[in-house]
Design a protein. Structure first.
Ligand code: GUN
Length: 297
């Protein structure tokens, strides 16, 4: 079997197209949704992600700002910047790009963002709301994975989903979304991680396997049940002398090998990445609707 390729770029376009009428209504009311990104340091991958988020806002006709800070910026300086954005009525969504340099506590930074502007859904209050099944925002990458599954015809309802990785950004919130009694959820969820024994024993039982542990090309064909749906959340740069930039971007799945056994698979790039951005845009529109007193829809 050769797997169906799930086209995240095309599906993200669908999500973005669904936003245009909501955006139009806001603009009629004189509100342009605005997203502010805070980038600390000069991590090239983070710089690229923030640039892509800004470009996506521009394409949609939304406002965006990028606040850049040097890699040795103090936590106090970052908190001041976050406070300024919290207080700015033109800023509806704030994201602090991770990873942050070691002198800054990620927990402190995340908790400093006004929960009503927390379009990443990283604030503890918003994480808690997701867990109890009454989300304010959808966590961007996990919601992107769910949307990708549903829109490609692989609804997780009743399926066994095995998630590799327990990060606060992907693994934990994705598990919290998938086991809810809700549309696009109702899955049986296993979360495997670095202390899991006999990993393949778990992965081979997955109807849907989500790789989100940040280990380039970790998932091999021997770990995948024939016909399973494989979602690759990883993005790593590996050295490649044949490329102009000197590297290529790979996921957590050995794509060429796994596509021979999987029923469907997401590529990297062009799978989950564009969905994360689409969900971020959706959350920013939603945040703007809340402040404009418009019903979400
Ligand atoms: N780092 C990796 N993924 C993300 C994300 O979705 N949002 C932010 N802010 N940082 C990240």
């Amino acid at each position: 079997m050769v797997a169906e390729i799930i086209d995240g770029k095309r599906i993200a376009e669908e999500v973005r197209a669904d936003l245009t009428s909501r955006l139009g209504r806001l603009v009629t009311k004189g509100v342009t949704p605005g997203l502010a990104a805070v980038l600390v340091g000069d991590n090239p991958a983070s710089q690229l992600y923030v640039k892509m988020k800004g470009k996506a806002c521009e394409e949609m006709g939304m406002d965006h700002w990028t606040v850049t800070m040097p890699k040795d910026a103090s936590e106090t300086r970052l908190l001041q910047e976050i406070d300024r954005l919290n207080a700015d009525p033109k800023v509806h969504g704030i994201l602090v790009q991770q990873p942050l340099p070691s002198q800054i506590s990620t927990e402190t930074a995340v908790a400093a963002v006004d929960p009503r502007k927390d379009v990443d859904c990283f604030h503890p209050e918003n994480v808690g709301l997701v867990l109890i099944g009454v989300p304010r925002f959808a966590p961007a990458t996990p919601a992107g994975v769910v949307e990708l599954l549903v829109r490609s015809g692989h609804d997780p309802g009743g399926k066994h989903v095995v998630i590799l990785g327990r990060s606060n950004i992907v693994g934990k919130p994705l598990a919290a979304l998938l086991f809810q009694k809700a549309r696009g959820a109702n899955a049986t969820v296993t979360v495997a991680h670095s202390a899991t024994r006999d990993l393949a024993e778990h992965t081979l039982r997955a109807d849907i396997l989500v790789a989100a542990m940040g280990q380039p090309e970790f998932v091999r064909a021997s770990m995948v049940r024939p016909g399973a749906i494989v979602i690759d959340v990883g993005t790593s740069r590996v050295p490649d002398a044949s490329k102009k930039q000197g590297y290529r971007t790979v996921g957590d799945v050995k794509f060429d090998e796994v596509r021979e056994v999987a029923g469907a698979i997401t590529p990297v790039p062009g799978g989950v990445g564009p969905m994360t951005i689409a969900m971020l845009l959706r959350n920013t529109v939603q945040a703007a609707e809340s402040t404009a007193g418009a019903p979400p829809g």
